[in-house]
Design a binder for this molecule. Structure first.
Ligand SMILES: Nc1ncnc2c1ncn2[C@@H]1O[C@H](COP(=O)(O)OP(=O)(O)O)[C@@H](O)[C@H]1O
Ligand SMILES: [Mg+2]
Length: 330
């Protein structure tokens, strides 16, 4: 579904860095959406003139590897996974749902401490040949310990599910809180505070050679007033360049869309899209129209400068250190 442009968007500083976008881009996107489970992922609002809620389709792309053999790399992880630990918890209400299962609030009986438990349906996972992906999610999240990253507390299995026990984010997702803001956007100081914390998490991931590959407001949580990155379902850890297509359409970098090799700078592209969405209430690129960056008049020069440094082709994209030293984040 096509997203509407903001009524007060202007064409003051277009930066078109792909001349071939239109045809090639829409052809590629057609292929992507044919290969994806094209279900509405979230409702959102475009800050258009009549201010009505617009249904917005977020297409979560199922991993499409350009090397089909990678998709059948289907390890049996059961042998090493502890069992029967669910009895130590009291499972409370559902707080989220995702690709392969549901997320519940839960209480550890012994300490009465709250956690989130992500239950992933074994059958569904197996049917979709995604066991290796879960294996990776658990391995990567286990090694990440940072104040802006959700901590994985433990991992076990029951008869029907794999269970990830996670630090509980008390304040819900950034997407939920964005939708509650006036005009569905944050003031620049508030957005800057959020982006700085996401940037700190990205810096930590880069130091551990981790690419998240699905940064977006639904995967960023509020925990006691602090921002925490979550959902490492698409993340990878290594230094080599990659070409697997995955993520969410509005947040996909051009190099990923055009099937080129990519590296950890795709998370910086997503950070640019996130900055745009938090400060304007919409994402910058219309799926069928390519990567032409246009800013609304009300944005400051500083935030536009930050976004221009990120929403550009891979070779000119700035580093995480540049972001963290940027005046808009000071
Ligand atoms: N640690 C957590 N604390 C609170 N809510 C969470 C937590 N982890 C996930 N959720 C909720 O569950 C939803 C889906 O979880 P996520 O890990 O993103 O799964 P998926 O990989 O299926 O997208 C999130 O968007 C959020 O609403
Ligand atoms: Mg998610």
């Amino acid at each position: 579904m096509k997203r509407q442009n903001s009524a007060n968007a202007t064409t003051t500083s277009p930066s078109k860095f792909f001349s071939n976008t239109s045809n090639q881009f829409s052809e590629i996107l057609k292929q992507i959406t044919q290969n994806s489970n094209n279900k509405p992922m979230r409702k959102a609002c475009s800050p258009n003139s009549n201010n009505q809620m617009q249904k917005r389709v977020k297409t979560q792309i199922t991993s499409i590897s350009r090397n089909p053999n990678l998709n059948i790399h289907n390890k049996n992880i059961s042998a090493s996974v502890p069992k029967n630990k669910l009895e130590y918890y009291q499972v409370l209400e559902q707080i989220g749902s995702g690709k392969f299962g549901k997320v519940y609030k839960c209480l550890l009986n012994q300490t009465k401490k709250l956690y989130a438990i992500k239950m992933i349906d074994k059958l569904y996972l197996k049917k979709n040949q995604m066991l290796h992906q879960l294996h990776r999610e658990v391995a990567i999240q286990q090694m990440l310990k940072h104040q802006n990253i959700i901590q994985l507390v433990e991992f076990f299995e029951t008869t029907n599910n794999y269970c990830l026990v996670l630090e509980y984010a008390t304040g819900g997702t950034l997407f939920q809180s964005l939708m509650k803001q006036n005009n569905r956007r944050y003031s620049e100081p508030a957005a800057s505070n959020i982006i700085k914390q996401v940037a700190c998490a990205i810096q930590q991931m880069q130091q551990q050679s981790i690419i998240h590959r699905d940064l977006k407001p639904e995967n960023i949580l509020w925990c006691n007033g602090q921002i925490k990155i979550s959902d490492f379902g698409w993340s990878v850890q290594d230094k080599k360049e990659r070409d697997t297509l995955c993520g969410t359409i509005d947040y996909l970098s051009p190099e990923m869309v055009f099937g080129q090799q990519y590296d950890n700078s795709i998370d910086l592209w997503s950070l640019g899209v996130l900055t745009f969405e938090l400060t304007t209430g919409r994402t910058p690129f219309q799926v069928q129209e390519g990567f032409t960056l246009q800013f609304p008049d009300y944005l400051s020069g500083d935030v536009k400068d930050l976004m221009k440094g990120l929403l550009t082709d891979k070779k000119n994209r700035k580093s995480i250190e540049w972001v963290l030293n940027h005046v808009w984040l000071s």
